[in-house]
Design a protein. Sequence first.
Length: 361
Amino acid sequence: MKVLAINLPQFHEIEENNEWWGKGFTEWTNIKKENKFSDKLRPYNDNYYDMLDKQTLEWQCDLATQYGIDGFCYYHYWFEGKKLLEKPVENLLKWKDIKQNFCFYWANHSWKRSWQGKSEILVEQTYGDETSWREHFDYLLPFFQDERYIKIDNKPIFIIFDPVFDEKDSIIEFFNKMAIENGFDGVFFVETINILSKIQKVSNKADAIYVREPSYSENQYIYDKKHIAERAINKVFRVINNKIKIKQLVTTYNGNKLRKNAEKAYDMLPPNNKYIYGGYTMWDNTYRHNERGYKITKPTAKMFQKHFAYILQKNEENTGITIINAWNEWCEGMILEPDADNGYFFLENIKKVIAEQNSGK
């Protein structure tokens, strides 16, 4: 079994974010600003780290290892040769003494000014042709060749966020060809679904299918006919909130209910032994979207342990991989890192479940 966590590298300044959002912008900027819709989420001991600092990557690696996280899936932002937020992982490649296992999660979507409720495109995702694909693979190759890069059957794992684009099969074929030429047995491609309908868009060339949470269970819960009344109430609350901005009226889903509903939601997936059932902590994206955001409440320790044990077992029967969303998505309220209110709650419960499963309980 491999237990991985998604890692967001937006905890350092880049020129583009300074231009789009203001000088000095990092993920911490939205956490620190006033948020009238949520309690103040803050890092434990005010650890507002910078991911260009080697000590930060060492701390993250040591903490993850201590609590049973085998490695990180770093978001990878590649737009036909243009890179964003690439420096932390490029530094990791140089810092061989940090024993941090990792792989890439290609966030292949355009960047928009959606945090402000606008559709303005900041960087558009395009896919190009074989020349662009070769440039992309050549960039990835030194990472793939690193002994810390996570591989399955001599195939480096490469996760794709959005499975819906015309060039996908051709890119998969090209990357596999290039990987074999460079001594691998191909690339272990993982495609993401966050709603049941997207299962139809997954390529038969994919090695695995990541069922991304909480999006998948949340979508199945929302569109379940049994929850029509709840959806209607949430919609009314959202309309009211947009007008008078009352904190309590931000749409909120119960984290225990969503987890209870997950097993039913998973049963709706067509039979396949390639699934990676995702874990998650909680959710609150009002730090980015204000009244347009929503929340999923923190589960009880009992429910979190039960559900995490369930997906570990499901994954052991499938791909042997579990992906948790996320290590440090602070502005979506999805964090394994300790925070001022919850401390080490999620890490401690993960460690407990892993220890129990390893002991055969």
